[in-house]
Design a protein around this ligand. Structure first.
Ligand code: ATP
Ligand code: ZN
Length: 305
């Protein structure tokens, strides 16, 4: 049976992730790569951690900051847009900061942008000054702060969804919404003009740390997350080469890590180096021309820095 939520069971860590949606799958993949595994419950809301005392709560992304603020969850994976919006909303009514982003996770990238009808000539935010413009958004706190910073007194129309059709419905002239490819904006005859926030999924935690067993668990998880994020694009390059070929090979590999020589045989060196980012066919062919043989590119699965 799942333990009751919201109670102070403080020897297990509880992480909130999106139940379904853009962040659900990559969040689970990241946590699985950190060595976590779970037993799914029948209600599909709570997953009991099997490999470690780290449980998952599957919720709507909008609920994650509040669950951390209320101490129902210890950590959460949520878009920076959602976290900043709810932090901004709290600040606007004088509540203290309850959570913070601990790590950017490199997925769920999007931008919160101001968009205007295609036919507008956009000259900059000053254009809105004194016009009584209405801007539809699901991010009233971020937009409100941005407008305040620009000294613009536009009217913020808060909508919970389908923001992009507000200009056509006549409920607002402009919108402020999340954009990734821009296809939704274009389909609604809008164009993005100002970037308010570069967002990605973040691992969020309480503003103050933990003072019990969760502290150690959170620290271990963060270290593993760092390891997974660092390794994402790292490749181990291995090959053999004769001593004379070394200077040319070193020149080709000057952006990689140090070249490690392992004991070889018959005057042939066995070499390896760590490369950041993908190693292309072109690079391999260049190395081969310079004398490298038996080239092999290996993905790095785990490493403790
Ligand atoms: P839920 O049912 O959990 O409330 P949702 O409809 O609010 O789901 P999604 O559309 O799955 O949420 O988006 C979740 C997050 O994905 C966003 O808050 C944002 O951080 C990120 N994201 C990335 N690209 C986009 C995009 N093009 N549009 C909207 N969100 C995006
Ligand atoms: Zn949502």
């Amino acid at each position: 049976m799942s333990p009751p939520l919201g109670t102070a069971t403080r020897d297990r860590l509880r992480i909130a992730i999106q139940k379904s949606g853009r962040l659900a799958e990559p969040a689970r993949k990241l946590l699985a790569a950190c060595g976590l595994s779970w037993r799914e419950s029948r209600d599909k809301l709570f997953c009991y951690g099997e490999s470690l005392p780290v449980d998952l709560l599957l919720v709507r992304d909008d609920d994650i900051p509040g669950l951390i603020a209320d101490g129902v969850c210890d950590l959460g994976i949520v878009g920076r847009n959602e976290l900043d919006e709810q932090a901004g909303a709290r600040a606007r009514i004088g509540l203290p900061q309850a959570y913070r982003a601990l790590r950017g996770l490199g997925f769920g990238q999007c931008r919160l942008m101001l968009a205007v009808p295609e036919e507008w000539d956009w000259t900059g935010p000053d254009q809105l000054r004194g016009q009584g413009t209405r801007i539809a958004t699901s991010y009233p706190a971020i937009l409100g702060n941005w407008l305040d910073a620009q000294g613009i007194d536009a009217q913020v129309v808060e909508l919970s969804g389908s923001v992009e059709i507000a200009p056509r419905l006549g409920t607002a002239e402009l919108i402020c919404d999340l954009v990734s490819s821009g296809a939704t904006l274009a389909a609604n005859h809008l164009k993005p003009v100002e970037n308010l926030l570069d967002s990605e999924a973040v691992l969020a935690g309480p503003a103050s740390g933990f003072d019990d067993a969760r502290a150690g668990l959170a620290q271990m998880l963060l270290r593993r997350v760092d390891g997974v994020l660092q390794l994402k694009e790292r490749k181990l390059l291995m090959f053999n080469a004769a001593q004379e070929a070394l200077p040319a090979l070193e020149r080709l590999l000057q952006d990689a890590g140090p070249l490690v020589r392992l004991p070889g045989s018959n005057g042939v060196l066995s070499l390896q180096t760590m490369c950041e980012g993908a190693v292309s066919w072109q690079q391999l062919e260049d190395l081969e021309r310079a004398g490298a043989r038996g080239l092999m590119v290996l993905a790095v699965e785990r490493s403790l820095a």
